[in-house]
Design a protein around this ligand. Structure first.
Ligand code: G6P
Length: 546
């Protein structure tokens, strides 16, 4: 039977209408949109799960929104949301359910997937994490020599690192300050050496975090950690006091020598980049405590519920996902800048890079046919105000259109003098300056010499979203992460791609393993490389020994 190929998004009438409509919008300035419409800002805002989204400074009208919402309907976004929440195997290429939303369902919920009540399993693991975290935090878990654990080192990479690092930094205010938390991810030995150089093995716990427990970097670092520990503690027996694992692969965990009683599991339906609220968050739970971790889960769940139930016109992730499509596919924007005005969120843009780019960096539709539109944009960013003194120049006056997400909070955890008001004034000023700019006439009127006028003119019309919340609490962090997870989902549905696989990371891994063998002399020199790679490899071989 012939496969039914769903219609391309570009063939939907709303897509065509958006193309038409974009012609008009391309020459419309945000100045006009605001000046002719005093109710614009009040209309173009939405709230959910403790987060306010002001999207009025986007290059859109009510008509744009209507068309984008129509597009969402014609791509059957509601059905897709229902399928994800219902545990359907929406990750087609791996034939898996995608159920990070189940990680934060309350204990009272029930969700049967492939014959198993996943909520019960999720809470069993959470309870085990909780009891382990309490033992570390109250000092009753002892190292091999009877000393309590003071240092916690998470070894993991990708989703098994970026989430834990980001959450640790974001929630540092809530963290147990009497303990040291370190994160080792890179295969570069420097990462391990610098993370452990001042640690006492007798007081150190390693959490080896890896969904597959086969990842080269993590396994290499874990073996190095094992040797580092045994150099001082000597006895194999000490391993179980100083190593725990977070994984879906119990066999590999036990062959590494970690007692599976000290393993915290999760499931194949949790993608690496969607796993910071699974057992991969063990370091987070130890740092901020089980109560705060559960509050973070509640924040995630509140945004899940908002996404699942709010009408699309008031639905934060839907609106943000559709705006990403609007800029990517109609304005041709290549990137999105995420600019948190909060020092605690300094790793948030890096975290989002994996979430967004590994999810939506795809070149074929679900059915394998090539996409006929651009897909996921490049996400990047730095905290404000630092970025203002570095790359904002290009956003204000460069030739590229870079949509921005500003993120800010009403209250600071560290209210020192006027700092927070100054910080927030900068966030507001940037959004305003980017949107409205400064015309040549205004520049002249300020007495600027004619020669400088073009240089000091700001075209404006640079779009931004502003996300605000009261305070960066564990719950708000959960909501914020879930907001981006679901906005990535929304864009992915419009593009008709699989946002939940990541085959693109495989080729480089396979080739690296081959070259590792060549360098070690295990396979013949001069393998079938291109002449450029062969030359570089040759240079490395000749120069690698000091
Ligand atoms: O948790 P692990 O199995 O060690 O995987 C760690 C990471 O590596 C892979 O290459 C994938 O690109 C990531 O999605 C994943 O998060």
């Amino acid at each position: 039977m012939a496969r039914i190929i769903p219609p391309r998004v570009t063939s939907h009438p709303s897509w065509k209408a958006l193309k038409e409509h974009h012609r008009e919008m391309a020459s419309t300035h945000l100045r006009e949109l605001f000046s002719g419409d005093p109710g614009r800002a009040a209309r173009m805002r939405a709230e959910g799960a403790g987060i306010l989204l002001d999207y009025s400074k986007n290059r859109i009208t009510d008509r744009t929104l209507d068309l984008l919402l129509e597009l969402a309907e014609s791509c059957r976004l509601s059905d897709h949301i229902r399928n994800m929440f219902g545990g359907q195997h929406i990750n087609k290429t791996e034939n898996r359910a995608v159920l990070h939303v189940a990680l934060r369902l309350p204990r009272s919920a029930r969700l049967v997937v492939d014959g198993v009540d996943v909520v019960r399993e999720v809470h069993e693991v959470l309870d085990r994490m909780e009891s382990f975290s309490r033992k570390i935090r109250d000092g009753s878990w002892k190292g091999a020599t009877g000393r309590p654990i003071k240092n916690i080192v998470n070894i993991g990479i990708g989703g098994s690192d970026l989430g834990p690092v980001m959450a640790y930094e974001a929630l540092r205010f809530y963290a147990d300050r009497s303990r040291v938390f370190r994160f080792v991810s890179n295969i570069d030995g420097t990462d391990f050496a610098e993370a452990t150089r001042d640690l006492d093995p007798e007081e150190t716990l390693f959490i080896v975090s890896s969904k597959t427990f086969t990842t080269l970097e993590t396994m290499t670092n874990a073996h190095t950690a094992r040797r580092w520990l045994l150099e001082s503690l000597k006895k194999e027996e000490s391993i179980r006091h100083h190593f725990v694992a977070v994984s879906t692969n119990s066999q590999a965990v036990s062959s590494f020598g970690i007692d599976t009683a000290n393993m915290f599991g999760f499931w194949d339906w949790v993608g690496g980049r969607y796993s910071m609220d699974s057992a991969i968050g063990l370091s987070t739970m130890i740092a901020i405590g089980p109560e705060n971790f559960r509050k973070m889960l509640e924040g995630f769940h509140a945004m899940d519920e908002h996404f699942r139930t709010a009408p699309f016109a008031k639905n934060l992730p839907v609106l943000m996902g559709l705006l990403t499509v609007w800029y990517t596919n109609f304005f041709g924007s290549q990137t999105v800048a995420v600019l948190p005005y909060d020092q605690y969120l300094k790793r948030f843009p890096a975290y989002l890079q994996q979430l967004t780019m590994e999810s939506n960096g795809k070149h074929v539709h679900l059915d394998g046919s090539p996409v006929d539109t651009d897909t996921g944009p490049i996400f990047w960013g730095e905290p404000g105000t630092n970025g203002q003194h570095s790359f904002y120049q290009l956003i204000h006056q460069g030739t590229r259109l870079i949509p921005i997400d500003f993120i800010g909070f009403a209250r600071s955890h560290n209210p020192i003098g006027e700092h927070h008001d100054i910080l927030m004034a900068n966030l507001l000023a940037q959004g305003e300056a980017l949107a409205f700019g400064k015309t040549a006439d205004e520049v002249r009127a300020a007495g600027v010499p004619e020669l400088q006028v073009p240089h000091r003119t700001f075209e404006g019309n640079r779009p931004s979203n502003t996300l605000l919340a009261r305070e960066l609490t564990p719950a708000v962090l959960g909501s914020l992460v879930a907001l981006y997870e679901h906005s990535v989902f929304t864009s992915g549905i419009i593009w008709g791609i699989d946002s939940f696989d990541q085959w693109g990371v495989e080729l480089g891994k396979v080739m690296a393993v081959r070259i590792i063998d060549e360098i070690a002399g295990k396979s013949p020199e001069g393998g079938p490389h291109d002449s450029g790679t062969a030359q570089l490899l040759d240079w490395y071989r000749k120069n690698r020994k000091k």
